[in-house]
Design a protein around this ligand. Structure first.
Ligand code: ZN
Ligand code: ZN
Ligand code: FE
Length: 755
């Protein structure tokens, strides 16, 4: 990534310093530099080119060759050509940099307290880009005419704002204002003070940010958070909290060095952290979770909002809930008129501005396992960075899944995953999908020759593809796509084969059952299914997702255990429900066989009495993971029974019930269950390696958002000498599905062409 990140001015400065002549320019593949001068200086140039590159640049490779000297003394920056294949580079949005923050706080600077300060090293990118190349007329800043001082900075290669496309100042750029019940407040400080007033009174302020609107309220106020939850119809799902800086973050959460680095890095994702006991955050922010989703201020406006206003003596808010401006299940609002309509009833006031947002983009969410970032939601700061593909592909579109949707377009050696778009259950979501897909195809000038979708006949994305795709559609089985996604992001070649462990909540199986506990032997071209979790009959199928106690009842029945009243899930069922369920199971009416590992985690969560009904996906499993963490030392011993082509959870469920009846600590049971799953994976992987010689294991699927399980599984596998592929680029959940669909479809397409 060397375009739109200040790379050319950096090269210009370096060459000038070393007295070298020549030029630097962008081309389709990256940056081309021609330099001439004394050979010692050329060597220094080459070394420093990598060592001192701008913070946002990422250099994949550097090639050089000798050229004939032509006697050039001066060094110049070649203009970007409007044609030329500059399609690989729309940089992601970048958090405001230290230099800009210093100017923001400097009363003598002309951008003192200007909420839209930015430079070549920071600011909006993806969300303001209308088309490529990434130049000001092609951004939503085109309507703002640069004033003379801004234009001078923009044109000066030695300036930090040389070709900073969203460059702006109070004289020529966007403006901030506040709208509340008492009318309008213009001027930065007046607007911010008015917003504080509403927040301090427990109100909710809609704040326009980079990729859309946030709904903000005081994170320390139980009443304010309850109001927000009620209006947003979001009863339990944890809300993200924003603070000014890392010191404020440390007051609320326990941070490792690696977590602090990600939290304060230029991408500024929401990081799920261990909440500090007694932290000044209302319990309502993340009920019953010891985790807290924190992010640091990332736009100049956020910094102004969370720091004192000079000359007032008023304390700024310490921590704000900042949740996506939408109703639950709908995409984030980013257009002014649409936001008015949809968020109007939710917000008491508005802190907004006139810089249009072209591309909606939510906050990203990550967790850290040791030093490593595990993406849970890939959006702002990450999208649309390209993913390098291990083999060339035709122009292709993969539409992704149904929940946590992100799609993928690709051509040649690069794939672009869209930002997280959300669940496809609403019309608005499908609209957002269509709009975003058009944007990506236009941005990268891709006309798909092949389109990929999930095999699930009920997925909106598959229906969309069937009705609208202008290229042949190829269907990819859900768990095959999960495994292929892990293979692709690790750069495995066309003919690679892996042991694919795809554990998730639900996916459409080739036999019509709900799959989700799958051990596959897979390549891009296809897969076999040597092992899966033994089917249990799940009354109501996918509708049981919200009711973990139903998954527990299903597993109890499958294990031959009576639904007696000393068991938590039995007590959790409504009156009369047990009879209905029993009859359903006996007659096989409205029962779907499932091998879902996600449902098994749900079942355990309910069985040990942690969570019987959920209001957001994976809630029960997350709480089970948390309960298990502290008890690994004293964990119970459980063992799945592997058969010829499946593995049976019944012995585990039976042993768990025995332990519960003996009064064993539920944390020890939870820990024992995690260990049993990890050991099962290792045992089956060994069997498969013995039979096939394949020694690489790919871990994918939403269940691996459970970092304790990921950690234990990796440890078991690594101890046995396996190479383990875990997700680092795309999420293990369905947010990463499209990448796998794309790789599989491209592989099939290549085979057809070759034949
Ligand atoms: Zn900056
Ligand atoms: Zn200006
Ligand atoms: Fe999945």
């Amino acid at each position: 990534m060397v375009q739109g990140v200040g790379f050319r001015p950096f090269v210009h400065r370096l060459a000038a310093e070393l007295g070298l002549g020549g030029f630097v320019g962008n081309d389709a593949a990256g940056v081309v530099v021609e330099v001439e001068g004394p050979s010692a200086n050329l060597a220094t140039f080459r070394r420093r080119l990598l060592a001192e590159a701008p913070p946002l640049a990422a250099v994949a490779s550097l090639e050089s060759a000798a050229a004939k000297a032509v006697g050039e003394r001066s060094f110049r920056i070649a203009p970007t050509e409007a044609s030329g294949g500059e399609r690989t580079f729309v940089p992601p949005d970048v958090a405001v940099c230290e230099d800009c923050l210093a100017e923001l706080a400097d009363p003598s600077d002309r951008r003192f307290r200007y909420p839209f300060i930015n430079c070549t090293n920071c600011g909006p990118r993806f969300t303001v880009t209308r088309r490529l190349p990434y130049d000001r007329p092609n951004t939503t800043m085109s309507g703002f005419r640069m004033c003379a001082p801004c234009a001078a900075e923009y044109a000066d290669p030695s300036d930090r704002r040389f070709h900073a496309q969203p460059i702006a100042c109070p004289a020529c750029g966007p403006r901030l204002w506040f709208e509340g019940p008492d009318g309008l407040r213009e001027g930065t400080d007046a607007a911010i003070l008015a917003a504080w007033e509403v927040l301090a009174a427990g109100g909710i302020v809609a704040i326009k940010g980079l990729g859309g609107f946030h709904l903000a309220c005081d994170a320390a106020s139980p009443g304010a958070v309850r109001t927000l939850r009620r209006r947003k119809q979001r009863p339990d799902k944890p809300l993200a909290v924003m603070v000014a800086d890392i010191a404020a973050a440390r007051e609320l959460a326990v941070l490792s060095e690696a977590e602090a680095a990600v939290l304060s890095g230029p991408r500024r994702p929401i990081v799920l952290l261990s909440r500090r006991p007694g932290a000044a955050v209302a319990a309502e922010v993340a009920p019953s979770s010891p985790l807290l989703g924190l992010m640091l201020a990332y736009t100049p406006l956020h910094h102004l909002l969370l720091r004192p206003v000079p000359g007032t003596g008023q304390p700024p808010p310490r921590a704000l809930v900042m949740t996506s401006g939408n109703h639950s299940g709908e995409p984030i609002c980013h257009e002014d008129t649409d936001a008015r309509e949809r968020l109007g009833p939710l917000a008491d006031a508005w802190l907004t501005h006139d810089r249009p947002i072209h591309v909606p983009c939510d906050d990203s969410v990550v967790r850290l396992r040791g030093e490593r970032e595990v993406p849970l939601r890939r959006a702002r700061g990450y999208a649309p960075l390209p993913v390098q593909l291990p083999f060339p592909v035709p122009a292709a579109l993969a539409v992704g899944g149904e929940l946590k949707n992100a799609f993928c377009v690709a051509v040649g050696g690069a794939a672009w995953m869209s930002q997280h778009l959300g669940d496809m259950g609403s019309l608005q979501s499908l609209d957002a999908f269509c709009r975003s897909r058009r944007q990506f195809e236009e941005l990268y000038r891709i006309t798909p020759e092949v389109v990929a979708a999930d095999t699930h006949p009920g997925y909106q994305t598959r229906r969309w593809a069937e009705e609208n795709a202008s290229a042949p559609l190829t269907l990819v089985q859900h768990h095959h796509a999960h495994v292929a996604a892990a293979m692709a992001e690790h750069g495995l070649g066309r003919d690679a084969r892996v042991i694919g462990v795809a554990f998730d909540g639900t996916g459409f199986g080739d036999d019509g059952a709900i799959w989700g506990g799958e051990i596959l032997l897979a390549g891009y071209g296809g897969f076999t299914r040597p092992y899966h979790l033994r089917y249990v009959a799940l009354a109501g199928g996918d509708s049981a997702v919200r009711k973990p106690y139903r998954a527990a009842l299903a597993h109890l029945a499958a294990a031959g255990i009576e639904w007696s009243e000393d068991l938590a899930p039995v007590l959790a069922a409504a009156e009369g429900e047990l009879g209905v369920l029993r009859r359903q199971l006996e007659r096989g009416v409205a029962c779907v066989p499932t091998s879902s590992m996600g449902r098994l985690f749900d079942a355990l969560s309910s069985l040990v009495g942690i969570r019987h009904v959920v209001s957001y996906e994976a809630q029960a499993a997350i709480e089970l993971e948390i309960a298990a963490r502290e008890h690994l030392e004293s964990a119970a011993e459980y063992h799945f029974e592997p058969g010829d082509d499946d593995f049976d959870a019944a012995p585990v469920v039976q042993a768990v019930v025995r332990d519960l009846r003996a009064g064993r600590d539920r944390g020890e049971i939870a820990a024992g269950f995690h260990l049993a799953v990890a050991r099962l994976v290792a045992e089956l992987a060994c069997r498969l390696r013995g039979a096939t010689g394949v020694g690489t294991v790919a871990l994918s699927g939403g269940v691996f958002q459970n970092l304790l399980l990921a950690e234990l599984t990796c440890a078991e596998l690594a101890g046995l000498g396996f190479e383990v592929l875990e997700h680092r680029v795309v999420p293990p959940n369905d947010g990463g599905l499209a990448l796998g669909q794309l790789a599989v479809a491209a592989h099939r397409f290549g085979d057809r062409k070759g034949a």
